[in-house]
Design a protein around this ligand. Sequence first.
Ligand SMILES: NC(=O)c1ccc[n+]([C@@H]2O[C@H](COP(=O)([O-])OP(=O)(O)OC[C@H]3O[C@@H](n4cnc5c(N)ncnc54)[C@H](O)[C@@H]3O)[C@@H](O)[C@H]2O)c1
Length: 255
Amino acid sequence: MKGLDSKVVIVTGGGGGIGRAICQRFATEGSKVAVLDRDQAAAQATVDKIVGAGGTAIAYTADITNYQAIADTAEAITNDLGLPTVLVNNAAFDRFMPFLKTEPSQWDQLIAVNLTGALNMHHVVLPLMIEAGGGKVINIASDAARVGSSGEAVYAACKAGLVGLSKTLARELAGKGVNVNVVCPGPTDTALLKDVASTASNPDKLVEAFRRAIPLGRIAQPDDYPGIIAMLASDDANFITGQVISVSGGLTMAG
Ligand SMILES: NC(=O)c1ccc[n+]([C@@H]2O[C@H](COP(=O)([O-])OP(=O)(O)OC[C@H]3O[C@@H](n4cnc5c(N)ncnc54)[C@H](O)[C@@H]3O)[C@@H](O)[C@H]2O)c1
């Protein structure tokens, strides 16, 4: 990909399934990867894989719901690696339950990570990106944001909020050299999907129902995403902003 060599890339949730695959891809492109995760061991495992393969990455342990922790982490990343010019907001979690059975305390937890966490990251990192002369933000939402998903009301609301945030920032920052785009995964073979399925009455049946709804006939793997994300971070995407792209085997086909 054009223009990714030596770029400083921050990936939140970089210790998780999709996040790790994204971090590894940026490292193979020659980027310097800040692997940010609240799970220290998971972030370090991603770094160990990258460094073992000859790449450059550092693990940063922080909770994206904590604004000050993110501000401190961004400062550390800038000192260690340089000003970030690519941000992938990927950290999230989900719980599967009909909305009318949920409690407000559960909404608060979902909103804190899936929406406020992304707000914190944008608010802290975008000034650094502007100082660097511009950059690329790729927000990982979900097809649940585009078409809804039974059992995931608050998660879907947060992800739809992330889409609205992305389009707004794409407009506000277009004159500052910052492009903001969204990638929407569908059901993917990661811990998140296992967690979601485990809260259903019949986990295997739920995953099989997801699979049957996907025209390409399989649950996604983490490696299905890094290609489009690296492209959206590259110079080939300099004229792409405010767009929402589903990578979900045809699960949704938005016009
Ligand atoms: N797996 C799916 O089926 C699926 C479907 C649609 C969208 N997505 C989206 O893809 C992205 C990646 O999900 P995944 O499947 O790889 O999940 P995952 O559970 O494998 O990884 C998520 C990572 O985020 C980290 N994290 C969670 N909360 C955090 C916080 N507050 N601060 C810092 N780190 C935090 C976790 O420690 C974990 O390493 C998410 O945005 C998710 O919503 C996933």
